[in-house]
Design a protein around this ligand. Structure first.
Ligand code: ATP
Length: 134
């Protein structure tokens, strides 16, 4: 089976690096699948899951937006924040979700609303990835 090198990098450092058979991610333009030999490209990412297929295993990583870059020999995912499923603190994500929901219920200005909405999406994404709901 052909593989491609993938790395997931955040401002805090690398989160994942491996040779995989397929990378799937939620791009702004829709779900994206990258196999070895894919043409070079850059795609902005949504808050979502990155799936890395390796043999019978699929590794899940929660990413909070960023970019996916495909080069001939590798895929790089640059994300504001990224956590492997097993590293997600579920209690923290639940608390973040409840906090964001409370803020969305309180009538506030648009900027706070947008901020709370994004925080809610990050928290739900982390909970889904931790529960492998993808
Ligand atoms: P919180 O309100 O809990 O901080 P957040 O969505 O505002 O959540 P971010 O700003 O996206 O958090 O991330 C800040 C740092 O904390 C990043 O390094 C991110 O990987 C990490 N992080 C955030 N939430 C979790 C979590 N539930 N489990 C593990 N790491 C997390």
């Amino acid at each position: 089976m052909k593989t491609i090198k993938v790395s997931v990098v955040t401002p805090d450092g690398p989160v994942y690096e491996a040779d995989v058979e397929m990378v799937s991610a939620k791009a702004k333009s829709g779900e994206l699948g990258v196999l070895p030999g894919h043409i070079p490209m850059v795609a902005p990412l949504e808050i979502g899951a990155v799936r890395l297929k390796k043999g019978n295993e699929t590794e899940l990583i929660a990413v909070s937006g960023g970019f996916l870059e495909v080069r001939p020999d590798r895929v790089t995912i640059l994300a504001q924040a990224a956590e492997r499923a097993e590293d997600i603190d579920v209690a923290r994500a639940k608390a973040a979700k409840e906090r964001a929901e409370r803020r969305l219920q309180a009538k506030q200005d648009d900027i706070d609303f947008k901020r709370a909405e994004l925080a809610l999406r990050r928290a739900i994404n982390r909970l889904n990835v931790a529960q492998r709901k993808f």
